[in-house]
Design a protein around this ligand. Structure first.
Ligand code: NAD
Ligand code: G6P
Ligand code: MN
Length: 442
């Protein structure tokens, strides 16, 4: 069987070790001959690089490995690029969140002003990586989950329309794991789902078993009582309390439309007042991640590097990340697996702009993806999506045209921002904080 070569872009990410473990756990499905890490910050990548080498060596010493900051080395002779870069890293995420909160608006990584600011940083970094890929391995596929995925996807659609990039998010997968448990399935793959929306902004419209029986009403009945928590669920079942909150708050999102199961990220747009009431402006999710996941992962990687063995490691396979292997396998072996991807609408949602990037089920095979037809969506969801997709398009316009006005409009249109004056004050603070990362606006 053919063996593949992959590069992980954003090699210094806190997710890299768990993704490597996941790749190693799936070698029977996706055989590998080479794994490379690529980052533009050598010092950060070195925090995980040695441990990753040991993890790979302990499981399959025949797999070649290197960690590099040289794009040519990274992108030469690769079949798949797994891209998860964070331009500006976690300290800039912290600023995105805290600047938003200072203006009375939800402070979130990908939603609202935080996501807009992050989008303005990410576009250039992702395009740069696509260009390296096309230069050194023109047949490579980039599986991109660098955030904010919605804005990045719109930028790739506009600026690299013919590139082999597939934009994807793990949120529906994570939520489907929970939904499967709630509904009594052993595995999310026992469910056939229909879903429509934008990234971090969508709804399940059907969940069927393999016999074709519909489970959505049963799920919604459960969600109205417990959200996405199992009845007996405890905070301890989640790595962080804030993710438990997000699962629980799904119950506040089904109240106003009992026909669809919402993506939990809709809370940032629709229940921002509740989110703000539980927010500590001095200690946001970025702080939790830096003091939690980042510290845990880097300390464990240092321990492995020092001992020279991965035996007894606390690092775990990234179960959520299994979609990466599913997607790569579908492309490599033409499996025609049905997956939710972020793709150009192009008529799939009949009553929605053809040029919007939407998150919908697609069939994935050797030549890429074929979106399923969704039909018409209801007025409420359509209205919300039109507003949000306009925000995402205006951010990309602003990045291309270096336009202050377009970015101001994006902020005004965001459902999270109350008025134009607040949008302007936010914009001025974000420009100051993002000097060197954003194009200069005028
Ligand atoms: P992180 O800051 O720990 O790691 C990101 C790495 O990217 C850093 O080491 C940084 O130096 C590197 N980087 C930045 N710009 C780069 C460039 N131009 N070229 C190469 N490398 C570059 O971040 P993290 O918390 O591990 O998250 C990584 C990314 O994955 C983020 O964008 C995050 O939002 C995203 N993510 C997405 C999903 C999804 O479902 N779509 C899920 C999890 C994480
Ligand atoms: C989910 C989303 C990602 C997001 C991540 C943030 O997985 O799909 O897009 O980046 O959550 O998680 P964090 O633990 O960093 O807050
Ligand atoms: Mn996501």
């Amino acid at each position: 069987m053919k063996k593949f070569s992959v590069v992980i872009a954003g090699g210094g990410s806190t997710y890299t070790p768990e993704i490597i473990l996941m790749l190693l756990d799936n070698l029977d499905r996706l055989p590998l001959r080479c794994i490379k890490l690529y980052d533009n910050d050598e010092e950060r990548q070195n925090k995980v690089a040695k441990a990753c080498e040991i993890l790979i060596h302990d499981i399959d010493p025949t797999i070649e490995y290197c960690a590099t900051t040289d794009p040519e080395v990274a992108y030469t002779d690769v079949d798949f690029c797994l891209a998860h870069i964070r331009v500006g890293q976690l300290p800039m995420r912290e600023l995105d969140e805290k600047i938003s909160i200072k203006h009375g608006v939800v402070g979130q990584e990908t939603c609202g002003p935080g996501g807009i600011a992050y989008g303005m940083r990410s576009i250039g970094g992702v395009l740069e990586n696509i260009d390296y890929m096309e230069k050194y391995s023109p047949n490579c596929w980039m599986l991109n989950y660098s955030n904010p995925a919605a804005i990045v996807a719109e930028a790739t659609r506009r600026l690299r329309p013919n590139s082999r990039v597939i934009n994807i998010c793990d949120m529906p997968i994570g939520m489907e794991n929970t939904i499967a448990r709630i509904l009594g399935f052993n595995n999310r793959k026992e469910m056939d789902v229909r879903y429509f929306g934008l990234n971090h902004f969508g709804w399940w419209s059907s969940i069927k078993d393999k016999q074709g029986n519909e489970y959505l009403p049963k799920l919604i009945e459960h969600q109205l009582k417990y959200g996405n928590c199992e009845a007996e669920d405890k905070v301890e079942n989640y790595t962080d309390a804030s993710w438990f909150e997000t699962a629980r708050e799904v119950k506040d999102l089904v109240r106003f439309d009992k026909n669809f199961a919402p993506n939990s990220y809709l809370k940032y747009y629709l229940n921002g007042d509740q989110v703000m009431a539980h927010t500590n402006p001095n200690y946001t999710r970025a702080n939790e991640v830096m003091d939690g996941r980042e510290k845990r992962v880097f300390e464990e990687c240092a321990r492995i590097a020092e001992k020279g063995t991965s035996e007894g490691t606390t690092l775990e396979i990234g179960i959520h990340a299994s979609f990466i292997v599913d997607l790569a396998t579908a492309l490599a072996f033409n499996t025609h697996e049905r997956m939710l991807l972020i793709v150009e609408n192009n008529g799939a949602i009949a009553n929605f702009s053809p040029d919007a990037m939407v998150e919908i089920p697609c069939i994935v095979g050797k030549d890429g993806y074929e979106p399923l037809s969704i039909g018409n969506i209801p007025t409420f969801q359509k209205g919300l999506m039109e507003q949000q997709v306009a925000v995402e398009k205006l951010v990309v316009d602003a990045w291309i045209e270096h336009s202050y006005e377009k970015l101001w409009q994006a902020l005004i249109l965001s459902h999270t921002v109350p008025n134009a004056n607040t949008a302007k004050a936010l914009l001025d603070d974000l420009i100051e904080a993002n000097k060197g990362y954003w194009p200069e606006l005028h």
